[in-house]
Ligand binder design. Structure first.
Ligand code: C2O
Ligand code: CU
Length: 486
């Protein structure tokens, strides 16, 4: 095999010799189920993986794989995931997009410590509020939510960027009856794709500018963190530039941008005759009202887009590449699909219905409260309303069940993410809503010098939650705030 160093030195797209098949994360089996609940267990541990052909990468994993195993839940059935920490550092698990009570939401301070480990200190050196536990923690997800593509990842205060970069991320899919009644592609034609950029050392190790927050004061490291850490290779489900064979049929691709800081514009190359090759059916919080045909998909960190691609629109034998129009060289290639060369098309059993789901409009004119948050750089940190994150000091106290309008005013790009409930994007200032703003969202990209508005109604669970920038280095640099529902 060619040494990975040479592969990495190449500025060009992947040479054919490095083609690897796409891998799908294993689907996690419950350890037991009863009338109301499915129980799972995940051991967080270091594992040696072969990500670059012929090289070894030590990853921090959920159960030994990167991405972690896919958890599937049935809407209305409780899911309990026991996370056991065998990594030599505290961890916190957050189900991104989950409608989750405080105790299981991965609130900072609710850490799982390794044997003999000590809780993480907040900025300023004092202990964070919260409930650290030793060894393992049971996360209980009521799953009183719609079918959607969710993901789980590490959320340890100050170290999320390093932890996710090193592998702590996985899919969590929710299914429900409404979605199952629709004639959408399923089975091996329903494919979760975790897209994440990484950099590697010549020996195959992950290269991340810091694994320790104290190092963030080193000037070069600090600068890398100010912008967010970008990788120079794009991985899909933990594989660089994979290739996947497809039949001339419709496929559902669940696109997740799990990168720490990279924005993508994903497009098909070549586009199918007539264009509009990606038909979006779902966003962060589940199905859209109607499908939307796109030429490309703009995906900020943590956003999800469920799209249907009809490979029957291509000639047999076509190689269809998924490319990132915002990248160049090796960050332009994402993956490729090889369309079956058989001239006889198999019988299609999936369609994209003209109506997908009913989405009640959240009317901003009916909002009881408007809150404004200013996201900006101050000195060498990223702040919300002039403050570094202070756990236990909420910037908002929304009433459960009440409709609110949250305005975000920003200096630069910040993908803002709210925990607990999904929102609807209702304003982008003079620019109007964008193609990524449809449906239920939990993450939206705030663009430079923008004032964007979302309508949100927090429901069911009282307690402390966070909202933050999902550029993970910005998050670690304290661009986060509490809100307390009551
Ligand atoms: Cu995906 Cu608070 O995180
Ligand atoms: Cu940011």
């Amino acid at each position: 095999t060619v040494p990975p160093g040479r592969l990495l030195a190449s500025r060009r797209p992947l040479p054919r010799a490095f083609e690897q098949p796409l891998r799908l994360p294993p689907v996690l089996k419950p350890t037991r189920t009863d009338a109301t609940t499915d129980y799972y267990e995940i051991v967080q541990r270091a594992a040696d993986l072969e990500i670059l052909p012929g090289a070894r990468t030590t990853a921090w994993t959920y159960g030994g794989t990167f991405p972690g195993p896919t958890i599937t839940s049935r809407s209305g059935r409780r899911t309990v995931v026991r996370h056991r920490n065998e990594l030599p550092r505290p961890v916190v698990v957050h189900l991104h997009g989950g409608h989750t009570p405080h105790d299981s939401d991965g609130y900072p301070g609710d850490e799982i410590l390794p044997p003999g480990g000590r809780p993480t200190m907040a900025m300023g050196g004092h202990a964070m509020p919260g409930n650290p536990v030793m060894g393992h923690r049971d996360y209980t997800f009521p799953m009183d939510q719609r079918a959607a593509t969710l993901w789980y990842h590490d959320h340890r205060m100050g170290f999320t960027g390093a932890s996710v970069w090193r592998g702590l991320a996985g899919f969590h899919l929710v299914h429900d009856d409404e979605e199952e009644r629709l004639p959408l592609p399923r089975g091996d034609r329903d494919i979760p794709l975790m897209i994440a950029d990484r950099s590697f050392e010549a020996d195959g190790a992950f290269r991340y500018p810091s694994i320790d927050r104290t190092l963030a004061t080193v000037p070069g490291v600090h600068a890398a963190h100010m912008n967010g850490v970008l990788g120079d290779v794009i991985l899909v489900n933990g594989v660089p530039w994979p290739v996947h064979p497809v039949q001339r049929l419709r496929y559902r691709l669940r696109l997740l941008n799990a990168s720490n800081a990279r924005n993508y514009r994903l497009a098909l190359d070549p586009p199918p005759p007539g264009g509009q090759g990606m038909v979006q059916i779902g966003s962060d919080g589940g199905l859209l009202e109607r499908p939307i045909a796109h030429e490309g998909i703009d995906a900020a960190p943590a956003e999800r887009f469920d799209v249907v691609v009809d490979f029957a629109r291509y000639r047999p034998g076509t190689r269809v590449r998924l490319v990132n129009l915002l990248g160049s060289g090796r960050t332009r290639e994402v993956m490729a699909f090889d369309v079956s060369s058989s001239a006889k098309a198999p019988r299609e059993d999936a369609t994209v219905p003209a109506r997908l789901s009913r989405i009640p409009r959240l009317d901003p004119a009916k909002a009881a409260v408007t809150r404004t948050f200013l996201l900006q750089k101050r000195g060498s940190s990223w702040q919300i309303n002039g403050r570094d994150y202070e756990p236990g000091r909420p910037l908002a106290r929304p009433k459960l069940g009440q409709l609110e309008l949250w305005r975000f005013v920003t200096d630069l790009h910040h993908p803002i993410h709210l925990h607990l409930d999904h929102f609807q994007v209702v304003g982008r200032g003079t620019r109007g809503l964008g193609p990524s703003d449809h449906g239920w969202k939990d993450t939206m990209d705030l663009r430079p010098a923008e004032a964007a508005e979302v309508a949100v109604r927090f429901t069911d669970y009282p307690g402390s939650f966070v909202f933050h920038c999902h550029n993970l280095e910005h998050e670690d640099m304290a661009m986060m705030a509490d809100f307390t529902t009551e």
